[in-house]
Design a protein around this ligand. Sequence first.
Ligand code: SF4
Ligand code: MG
Length: 336
Amino acid sequence: HRPLLEVNDLKKHFPIRAGFFGGTTGYVYAVDGVSFHIEKGETLSLVGESGCGKSTVGKALLRLFPPTDGQVVLDGTRIDDMSQGQLRPLRRRMGVIFQDPFSSLNPRMRVRDLLAEPIRNFGLAKSSADLDARIASLIDLVRLPRDSANRWPHEFSGGQRQRICIARALAGEPDLIICDEAVSALDVSVKAQIVNLLQELQQELGLAMLFISHDLAIVEHMTHRVAVMYLGQIVEIAPRRALFGAPKHPYTEALLSAVPVPEPGAGRQRIVLKGDVPSPINPPSGCRFHTRCPYAFDRCRTDVPRLQQTQPGQWAACHLHDLPAEKNPLARSLPA
Ligand code: SF4
Ligand code: MG
């Protein structure tokens, strides 16, 4: 068995330069040793506060810049060390949808040209009739009216424009779609429609998704698994139900406590974290979360916690799980 995507110990460190001619004075440890996999047809959500490195993971996978270290394996082929030329034939296997459907569409191109562009770039159209057929089928896939092809981006609402972006992302018949805050800029009702569309497309096309989002309320409804990032690292990764029902990392617990719940009273006790997220230039020693963790103890300041499996498929990087259950506030598990 091999997953569609495997990411091993991915790092992206951005050098900080002192002035125009100065040397490197340090690094921003934006992504600092991230590992996960995504199965065919699976959605993995990557969550965390802004600046935690989740978008950098997506961009490194797309090779918008080369990773500093680590391996990325797509369907058995290692792609992290490929040149842009070697990557070309593989590009179409990963689609991407960004946050802002207003700036990601060229306003001077009609929808048909916006869709023709990636189809041509990937060399997929066998003839002009085939090109037209592909454009029509992409428009159908995202449930826009057929006559959309001859219209301009400004004629569409935000949600419709995001549908056009999704159609573009699907033009190469990808196996994996990377959604970076793909619904964050949309109105609440439109968010749900776009999330539903993504889920339907996933079923129809067997797509895998990396869903990068700071919005746990959205994630809770649509993901198979969740990875939580803090200061460039994954602190917990788990199936949806386990993560939302019985989180095993104090940071996950705090993030969940801020998610609004439909029934009042059923809410989780709100945990307000002290302080700000520390700088990724000088991350704290030991557990990077120790400066804000309500449960921090001596060891947390010196020892780096490693991800350990606490339940089947649920991994957390926290020293609490080395304590006896009665001393571990996160020992509780979901009923099977
Ligand atoms: Fe908190 Fe310590 Fe666990 Fe880090 S290792 S999350 S500081 S209890
Ligand atoms: Mg981001």
